[in-house]
Design a binder for this molecule. Sequence first.
Ligand code: ADP
Ligand code: MG
Length: 244
Amino acid sequence: MAAAPPQGTPQPLYTGKAKSLFPHDDRHFRMVFRDDLTAFDAVKKATMKGKGYYNCQIAATLLPMVERAGVPTHFVRLLSDTEHLVKKVKIVKLEVLCRNLAAGSIVKNYGFVEGTEFKKPIVMFDLKEDKFHDPLLNEDIAEALGVATAAEFAKMREMTLKVNAVLRGYLEPRGLLLPDFKLEFGYDLEGGLILADEISADTCRFWDAKTRRSIDKDVFRFDKGDVLATYKEAYERITGKTAG
Ligand code: ADP
Ligand code: MG
């Protein structure tokens, strides 16, 4: 039999690649942003002290902004420098991608030239399943898998486009472009569809508007420079605060 954990050390309910979920109360989880970084389905891994803090603070800035604009989210408040209090949700097993400029897999898989600006944002849905490398979904496959219905697709698409507009409106005056980002949705205890997870330098591409330099996880993915300094810069430019 496995040894019982030491008293006072709550065990996470779920340990993902970059965050851990702990029980909090009947209606909430404690979401801890760890210092872990992964890329390419966790083939590439690293740990960097401070990364969790920067992402936690970026998400704590952007999620309430989205909420104020009318898209309900799971974010309640910060519990500490690296923890969010979030509403419990049943996660919809897909990732919604929104693209404004061509970067990443849309360049690799469809041949768009990197940096091409799309006339209107492209919304895509991937199955959230690392072992299948998050394959692209359409309404029929999602419905056959029992992941989401066409009506739910439409609702997530609408909410995602709203998030896109809010984020772009905030980032533009800060000299940042938003080539793309990934969202996760879930159903809260009342059965409402809300935005969950995070909006951070792990889940968004941020480019400096003038130089188009990456200020996000691509610096880790593609060894483009000092990773921690990049998360710090994203934090400072997005929150308007100076890191200590
Ligand atoms: P992953 O390796 O799956 O990306 P993360 O490291 O991002 O995991 O950890 C967060 C996990 O918690 C994700 O699987 C995400 O779907 C899930 N999650 C996010 N917000 C909530 C929530 N409010 N309630 C339940 N699960 C959540
Ligand atoms: Mg994740």
